[in-house]
Design a protein around this ligand. Structure first.
Ligand code: OXD
Ligand code: MN
Length: 673
């Protein structure tokens, strides 16, 4: 890999000449023919203890760690091995330091609570930058900074930023160790919380390091909370439970495969394996290498015949991916097994089909709203060995959050560490409170999780939170039409009234904050992948659990009932189900969902599947404006799809064709199929 311009690689035992990045540069001791006495030379800084490792096969990696240590000046450097012993040692030390609270060992074994700084609770999208050499490569949806200028600013921030702390080196694999779709990364961090979280979220430690041979590519991540405990002049300050810095940067250098993050300890900013590597950097690698890095859950779906289907589904953040990945079907004899809940890497395999892995090894799920009623599988998953962040603490040493139980405990300590009672006016848990837990603790984990080649995909699903317009489920006419559907994923900014379309918050492919290059080029890349896959491409669907009726209430019950939609998708991938053709795609006959028994409001099912032309035409006009933002980068094929959709809607409206399936469709209900 190429590393940013840095000082010459230090040799073992040789003091390294510092640079503009680190402490003052000593003047040269070489003298010429001068007659002056040499000036006193300040002592050369030594490579911090532990930084240099002779046994690291990749010399770039060894040199990089030494150089970052020289820049950041930690007291010591520790290479993490990913062992149980390391977990026990580091969590115990954090409990002693007050960084973690140990939860009751009977109620929540080997589990801990962290409380963040109140100003460090979420991803910082406005401080997130893509530093490609050309601004147009970042595109209009990313913040861009010139890479050299950004490095210069980061050099200033990182100089000495780990004084008084330990620098940890965490090698990790994204995806099964040694798998053909997997990639390797190394994160440097001064946050022990990040280290133990990475040990859950990735396959971290010696096994990953052993795979980084002399020429193996790897992604470099440098992270600091930006809270040194000592200044250059030796003055000290005390540590705090959640160190961070008001100045925050999450920066990506796609031309170098590197990530630099400063000032935040929060998951999405500090666990560089996740959004930074597995989505932003990986999306640029995928563009260059012919694969896809996506914000998708991954499940195995098995019906009564025993035939399995693999489905990947992309939704914007906070649209229920974790719940869908752990769904317990209400449809008899259907089973959903979990492979991933947030990120999937998709790559054409040797047989020409599209194969997928979950590159992560843990779930970083939102706690509030998770309960035995909404997601019993998640509740079982987090029974032990879990790090909770910003949830409330019960008096018996367990955790609580809004929605966990219908009645709140009489007393809690809230996420800020203050006493809380049900009469308190602030939430007990932060709305973005999280659990970090190994995937392998999930009771519905699929055996396919262990498939190092990944699973062949049968269906790709896109979803958003739409109160209007978008039917419960529809199937795209083709891959190209499916890419158009993905590019138009959106949610209403405010709940729109029936019959009108609110302003749409666009989140194409659920990837708005995560595509590491120009969104228009990303759409073209999806089209190109379709060309490669040809007739082996998975079918593409769109779902919407959130459509509302005229009275503002949800038309569809969601949760386990979503299995009816998944079952229809599975049957469509086998091509053996009749459908209704609408201007926006194929929708099911109402009876095909077997939902009559659900006792939905009168006409709700029909409305869920109806396409109203007028608001859809309004939406097309908004899409035209949206595509225009990307200028020449918007692929012609998507413009074609937009005009064909507009044409279909116009013709349908003119002929006053009722696109809703007839109410009395005489199709057998498939409930118990
Ligand atoms: C997440 C997100 O944390 O999408 O997964 O923000
Ligand atoms: Mn996510």
């Amino acid at each position: 890999m190429s590393i940013p311009p840095v000082d010459p690689t230090p040799q073992p035992g040789t003091p390294h000449p510092p640079s503009r990045r680190g402490d003052p540069v000593p003047s040269s001791t070489t003298t010429h023919n001068h007659t002056f006495a040499p000036l006193p030379v300040p002592p050369l800084p030594e490579v911090p203890s532990g930084a240099w490792r002779h046994d690291v096969a990749n010399r770039d990696l060894a040199g990089w760690v030494a150089r970052i240590a020289l820049l950041t000046r930690p007291d010591e450097v520790v290479w993490c091995d990913g062992s149980e012993e390391e977990w026990a040692r580091m969590t115990a030390r954090m409990v002693d330091d007050g960084t973690l609270v140990r939860l009751d060992p009977t109620l929540r074994p080997s589990s801990f609570l962290a409380r963040s700084d109140p100003d460090d609770v979420a991803r910082v999208e406005d401080r997130t930058f893509v530093c490609s050499s050309r601004e147009e490569d970042a595109g209009p949806t990313n913040n861009w900074r010139d890479p050299l200028e950004m490095h210069a600013e980061l050099d200033g921030l990182f100089a000495g930023c780990m004084r008084g702390r330990t620098l940890y080196v965490v090698p990790y694999s994204m995806g099964p160790i040694g798998g053909p779709i997997s990639q390797l990364g190394v994160q440097i961090t001064d946050s022990p919380y990040a280290v133990v979280s990475l040990s859950i979220m990735t396959r971290a430690g010696d096994e990953a390091l052993a795979l980084i041979g002399p020429d193996t590519p790897w992604v470099a991540g440098v992270h600091s909370v930006g809270f040194p405990l000592r200044n250059a002049d030796g003055t000290r300050r005390d540590d705090v439970a959640w160190p961070c810095n008001p100045v925050k940067f999450v920066t990506h250098f796609p031309d170098e495969n590197s990530i630099w993050s400063f000032g935040s300890g929060y998951g999405g900013n500090a666990l560089l394996s996740k959004k930074c590597f597995a989505l932003r950097i990986a999306s640029t690698m995928a563009r260059d290498q012919g694969w896809l890095a996506e914000h998708m859950l991954l499940i195995k779906l098995t019906g009564p015949s025993g035939e399995a289907r693999h489905v990947a589904a992309a939704f914007p953040s906070a649209c229920g991916k974790t719940n869908l990945a752990m769904l317990e079907p209400t449809l008899p004899r259907w089973r959903v097994e979990t492979i991933g809940d947030d990120i999937a890497w998709l790559r054409p395999g040797p047989d020409g089909r599209l194969y997928a892995i979950n590159p992560e090894a843990g779930f970083f799920g939102v706690a509030p709203g998770t309960s035995e009623a909404t997601n019993p599988v998640a509740m079982a998953t987090i029974r032990e060995h879990t790090i909770f962040t910003n949830v409330a603490l019960t008096d018996d040493g367990d955790v609580w959050w809004e929605g966990k139980t219908s009645v709140a405990p009489a007393h809690l300590v809230d996420w800020r560490g203050n006493d809380w009672t049900p009469s308190s006016t602030t939430p007990a848990a932060h709305p973005n409170a999280r659990f970090t837990v190994p995937v392998e603790q999930c009771p519905t984990l699929s055996d396919d999780w262990f498939a190092s080649d990944g699973v062949p995909l049968d269906a790709i699903v896109f979803g958003g939170r739409r109160a209007t317009n978008v039917p419960l489920v529809s199937e795209a006419f083709s891959w190209q039409h499916g890419v158009f559907v993905g590019s138009t994923i959106s949610s209403e900014k405010t709940a729109a009234q029936e019959g009108t379309v609110g302003e749409l918050r666009r989140d194409p492919f659920g990837m708005l904050p995560f595509v590491g290059y120009n969104m228009g080029d990303y759409w073209q890349h999806w089209l190109d992948i379709g060309e490669t896959l040809g007739d082996k491409a998975p079918k593409i669907f769109q779902v919407n659990w959130f459509r509302k009726g005229a009275d503002g209430s949800f038309l569809w019950p969601g949760f386990g009932e979503n299995s009816r939609v998944l079952a229809w998708i599975a049957r469509r991938t086998a091509g053996n189900e009749t459908t209704v053709r609408t201007p926006i795609g194929f929708v099911p006959e109402p009876a095909a969902l077997g939902a009559r028994a659900l006792g939905l409001a009168d006409g709700a099912l029909e409305e869920l599947l109806t396409v109203h032309e007028e608001p859809w035409l309004d939406e097309c006009a908004q899409t035209e404006e949206f595509f225009g933002r990307f200028g020449a980068a918007t692929p012609q094929a998507l413009w074609d799809e937009l005009s064909e959709l507009t044409e279909r809607l116009t013709v349908s409206a003119r002929r006053r064709v009722v696109t809703a399936p007839p109410r009395d469709a005489r199709v057998e209900e498939v409930d118990a199929a």
